[in-house]
Design a protein around this ligand. Structure first.
Ligand code: HEC
Length: 120
């Protein structure tokens, strides 16, 4: 029995590692676009360049999600920004407003338009 649990632990660690390294977002980009249009477009813009209709009024300009800076970040980092918000910026937390699945969906939409630069 003990051997079995060790084996399953090893499998879990391997699976987790593959997820972290593989950068595969398990979201639906189509659903994500609807979430984006409703919650993010006014700041991040229709082309993800950070020039949405509300962006002019903000002191801290929305991130250009097409930029190499964002593209060099991991899915995990972007998810943390979406769920927890970015400190001292108008980017507030979407936890409680969007479901976990919606956050994954919107992230996969972002990655579809602006693919990750991280080589995995
Ligand atoms: C009120 C305007 C506003 C809205 C609405 C908004 N954001 Fe943001 N977002 C920002 C600002 C401002 C930043 C931070 C820019 C900085 O750090 O300089 C940011 C940062 C981010 C980042 C981090 C980028 C990086 O490279 O670290 C992600 C990812 C992001 N937003 C995604 C989203 C998503 C997805 C939504 C919709 C669910 C959304 N934002 C809605 C203004 C907004």
């Amino acid at each position: 029995m003990k051997v079995l649990s060790v084996i399953s632990m090893v499998c879990l660690v391997m699976l987790g590692g593959a997820w972290a390294a593989g950068q595969t977002v398990r979201g639906n980009p189509k659903e994500g676009y609807a979430v984006y249009e409703k919650n993010c477009l006014r700041c991040h813009g229709s082309t993800l360049d950070g020039k949405g209709p509300d962006s002019q009024d903000l002191i801290v300009r929305p991130a250009n999600l097409q930029s190499p800076i964002t593209r060099s970040k991991s899915d995990w980092e972007l998810l943390v920004a979406i769920s927890n918000g970015v400190l001292f910026s108008p980017m507030h937390s979407f936890r409680g407003k969007l479901t976990d699945q919606q956050m994954l969906d919107v992230l996969s939409y972002i990655r579809t338009v602006s693919p990750s630069d991280i080589v995995s």
